[in-house]
Ligand binder design. Structure first.
Ligand code: SAH
Length: 225
């Protein structure tokens, strides 16, 4: 499995798809097999999404998870909110990247990741996976409707949605720090959707960029599909 993982990293480097070496290092450090249902564990480094039991939800493909890390441009000390914990894999990658950013500065780990999940079975699955892989000092998996955000922990430096919605949930815009960024697949149930990046400047002014065409499961909840 190690060889397959390294082969994927070489491919991402060769194609120039992933430029941040700490993002690639995070991928090498996080065991994707620990976030997959048992029957897919031997395929952990096949670059495709896999179903999460019979929930209708999926763990995204490695290249998509890494592209999300590139879009987020993470720095040490960041507070990150994820909507759609699923397996917990993306949250673990974000946590690992934040840890790597903190290491050279020899500071106490102050970065935090909160990941909200709607499906109770997946809340448990993600919690177990995060604990088993020792990311529970940085990551908290929370049950609820992520379109409402997490006002008690706001504001956030980065917000990522890993499910596709028809519009940006207004509470998430409110809970984004000035200078912060929000990344989400915009569209809804039809393939494809556009991955967009919203930046909030110091005066609260928003700008929007379109990054890529993507295929995500639908965002549910109050501001979902
Ligand atoms: N990031 C995940 C993949 C997520 S798939 C991983 O790394 O494995 C998208 C997830 O979003 C699904 O688990 C789905 O249940 C969840 N979801 C959809 N709408 C939601 C909402 N409003 N609040 C929280 N989770 C939601």
């Amino acid at each position: 499995m190690k060889a397959e993982k390294e082969e994927l990293v070489n491919h991402y480097k060769r194609t120039g798809m992933i430029k941040d070496s700490l993002n690639l290092e995070s991928f090498l450090n996080v065991p994707r097999e620990e976030f997959l249902p048992p029957k897919f564990r031997n395929k952990a480094y096949v670059d495709r999404p896999f179903p999460l039991f019979s929930t209708g939800q999926t763990i995204s493909a490695p290249h998509m998870c890494l592209l999300i890390l590139e879009y987020l441009n993470l720095e040490s000390g960041f507070h990150v909110l994820e909507i759609g914990a699923g397996s917990g894999y993306q949250a673990a990658l974000i946590a690992e990247r934040l840890r790597l950013a903190e290491k050279p500065k020899k500071i106490e780990v102050s970065s935090r990741v909160w990941s909200i999940e709607l499906v109770p079975e997946l809340v448990r699955f993600a919690q177990e996976n995060i604990k088993r892989t020792d990311y529970d000092d940085v990551v908290a998996i929370i049950k609820g409707d992520g379109t409402l955000g997490l006002s008690e922990k706001a504001p956030f430096d980065r917000i990522i949605l890993t499910a596709a919605g028809p519009r940006i949930p207004p509470p998430l815009i409110e809970q984004l720090k000035p200078g912060g960024k929000l990344c989400m697949p915009l569209g809804g149930e039809r393939m494809w959707q556009s991955m967009i990046l919203i930046s909030k400047d110091e005066n609260g002014k928003l700008t929007q960029e379109t990054l890529a065409s993507v295929a995500f499961v639908p965002l549910r909840g109050k501001y979902g599909v």
